[in-house]
Design a protein around this ligand. Structure first.
Ligand SMILES: NC(=O)c1ccc[n+]([C@@H]2O[C@H](COP(=O)([O-])OP(=O)(O)OC[C@H]3O[C@@H](n4cnc5c(N)ncnc54)[C@H](O)[C@@H]3O)[C@@H](O)[C@H]2O)c1
Length: 413
């Protein structure tokens, strides 16, 4: 049987000139699910990203990282010619909104780097048409949206400015976009209305706030999550100091008890957003964000606690340590800000050798097959609790598992 792509809705190919919307940073973790959701809603999308390699990957019909349910949507968007791929800042469509989803890092002082937003806008400005809507979707320092509106006005430009934060969980963005309310804010009623109209095409509900409220909503949500992880991690440390298995306590606490259903288990809380955004809020609070900074001490310090525990139990200098799971969280292939690499760094030089493995990560040439790591290691540490490790045969080797993910006589919690 010959299978032919469905080109009934294909129409003319999407170009910079006819695109309905541009997503700047559209080949990133936030950009791709958004682009696909917009294309799925029938819009022609200009994916603008400086990373040409990732654009080529997408154009070839492949996703550069794990995004649940996205393969078929990408394939359909390509078949229907809904996507244009551009990699320079002067290739911006003037017909519709421009959504910015670039990374917004913190610097070595744990302060936000507003310059990345300014540099991005400066590069786009000559290509933007007056009257166009610019939507900030990256997570930004409170005040950035109003600052941007003033900055553009100061340059004599009449652009509409909105802030519509991304709140999806990485790896499941497309599904969450379809089901979650979208917070929308604009610096003018026109900007707010146009942004709301845009997001109503892809989300079931729009919740309107002022720009500073929306900026806080995003940062509070991420900081709260980071603090939740710190709370459970500190409980783990307290239980452990008493020789008590925290996972048993947690399971009993949550059993049919409605108020604790959302309480996370202990684990390494990392990744590109939670710490960064907690520190953005800390910077806004003039470094007086007591809970946020305490959360950092606990979550980042957990690695050192485990290493100290290892030292008490084993002759580390003569041991090979195997790290299981280098992604920053389970079922992810993303190693950005993964605490697994903090383990690697801290242990290197203290132990005979550190070996690393991960069934999903494809971006680290030092990774080895799981069996090899198990065979050569004296002690294993479960860094990212991928489901695959539940089935693994650890050959009786001790495995440190603070997540409560594994069972067995060799598992140390
Ligand atoms: N990763 C998440 O799950 C998540 C969730 C919610 C919000 N956020 C926020 O979204 C933003 C983006 O995060 P991400 O994880 O997608 O980052 P990312 O690094 O995966 O993607 C950013 C993309 O922007 C591109 N880029 C950078 N500067 C550019 C420019 N000037 N012009 C065109 N392209 C440019 C990069 O090449 C990259 O592809 C951040 O502010 C982050 O805090 C992330």
């Amino acid at each position: 049987m010959t299978v032919r792509p469905n080109i009934a809705n294909a129409g003319a190919p999407t170009t910079v000139e006819n695109a309905d919307v541009t997503v700047v940073g559209g080949a990133g973790h936030v950009g791709i699910p958004l682009v696909l959701a917009l294309a799925e809603a029938g819009l022609r999308v200009n994916i603008n990203d400086l990373n040409k390699d990732v654009l080529d990957t997408l154009e070839g019909g492949r996703l550069p990282f794990i995004e649940d349910g996205a393969d078929s949507v990408l394939s359909k968007a390509l078949t229907n010619k809904r996507l244009a791929f551009t990699h320079s800042s002067d290739r911006i469509s003037t017909r519709g909104p421009v959504i910015i989803t670039i990374g917004t890092p913190i610097d070595e002082f744990l302060n936000p780097v507003r310059k990345v937003v300014q540099d991005c806008i400066d590069a786009l400005l000559p290509s933007l048409a007056d009257g166009q809507l610019v939507v900030l979707r990256s997570t930004v320092f409170p005040g950035t949206t109003e600052w941007l509106a003033g900055y553009l006005q100061g340059k004599g430009r009449k652009l509409k400015v909105a802030f519509c934060p991304e709140r999806v969980v990485q790896g499941n963005g497309l599904r969450e976009l379809r089901g979650m309310p979208q917070i929308v804010s604009g610096t003018t009623p026109e900007a707010e209305q146009e942004a709301a109209k845009l997001f109503e095409r892809i989300t079931p509900e729009v919740v309107v706030l002022s720009p500073i409220e929306a900026e806080f909503a995003k940062l509070f949500a991420n900081a709260y999550r980071y603090i939740e992880f710190a709370a459970t991690n500190e409980f783990y440390l307290i239980a452990k100091s008493a020789g008590v298995d925290y996972q048993r306590v947690l399971t009993a606490m949550k059993h049919n008890y409605p108020r604790l259903q959302g309480m996370p288990r202990a684990g390494f809380a990392a990744g590109p957003c939670l710490l960064k955004d907690t520190m953005q809020l800390g910077a806004f609070a003039r470094n007086q964000f007591a809970l946020g900074h305490s959360a950092l001490l606990i979550n980042e310090g957990l690695v050192l606690h485990v290493v100290e525990d290892l030292k008490r139990r084993y002759d580390l200098a003569n041991s090979t340590i195997g790290l299981l799971g280098m992604a920053f969280k389970a079922e992810s292939d993303d190693i950005r800000s993964s605490l697994s690499y903090k383990f690697k760094k801290v242990l290197n030089g203290q132990v005979r050798e550190v070996l690393t493995t991960d069934p999903l990560v494809t971006t680290d040439s030092e990774l080895r097959p799981l069996d090899d790591v198990i065979a050569k290691s004296d002690v294993l540490i479960l860094c990212a609790p991928h489901a695959a490790y539940r089935q693994a045969d650890f050959k009786g080797k001790p495995v440190f598992d603070i997540w409560g993910h594994l069972d067995g006589a060799n598992v140390i919690r």
